[in-house]
Design a protein around this ligand. Structure first.
Ligand code: GRF
Length: 177
């Protein structure tokens, strides 16, 4: 039973749904996240402004996911760090997808930073989540070429094409553990 956390467009959520994986709940830190309309399962938003602090928000989000029967959590473009009050509830069962070859280029601007650095190869990584910024153990990784004339949009689209294959593969394996 998979719960997906989103903040943005939700193309990786769509890839999980299209792969037929058992997504039973989708949550967001933004109630206006476009991703939320993609799901036909229960959805909920947990905006930081509605809670005293991050710990309280993350506890409430973990409670809700737990109530939906979630056992594996996938961060699919979820743009907030998770606190121990969340991670402790799903030990070794929270994964993230990131648009670079981690540990290179962690953080929210990985695509732009790879272009600025002039790397020949970018990439996509799926990793277990810890309290750091994109720092948990890598589960799968694939290289993506940077082409002449790439913009952050064209490069990100090429990376996402890889993410949409890699993420469902890894999540399917985790479901079979
Ligand atoms: C993806 O590139 C993912 O690696 C990063 O955020 C982006 C989310 O895209 N963490 P989407 O919302 O799944 O389309």
């Amino acid at each position: 039973m998979i719960g997906v956390l989103v903040s943005g467009e939700g193309t990786n959520l769509q890839a999980l749904l299209d792969a037929g994986l058992p997504v039973v709940a989708v949550a967001s830190n933004r109630r206006d996240a476009p991703a939320l309309v993609r799901a036909s399962c229960p959805v909920a938003s947990f905006e930081l402004a509605d809670f005293p602090d991050r710990t309280a928000r993350d506890s409430a989000m973990a409670d809700w996911l737990d109530e939906q029967g979630v056992r594996i959590v996938v961060l699919a473009g979820y743009m907030h760090l998770l606190t121990p009050s969340f991670l402790g509830r799903f030990p070794d069962a929270v994964v993230n997808v990131h648009p670079s070859l981690l540990p290179a280029f962690p953080g929210a601007h990985a695509v732009e930073e790879q272009l600025e650095a002039g790397v020949a190869e970018a990439g996509a990584t799926v990793h277990l989540v810890d309290e750091g910024v994109d720092s948990g153990p890598v589960l799968a990784q694939e290289r993506v070429p940077v082409l002449a004339g790439d913009t952050s949009e064209t490069l990100h689209d090429r990376i996402k094409t890889v993410e949409h294959r890699l993420l469902p593969e890894v999540v399917r394996e985790l479901c079979g553990r």
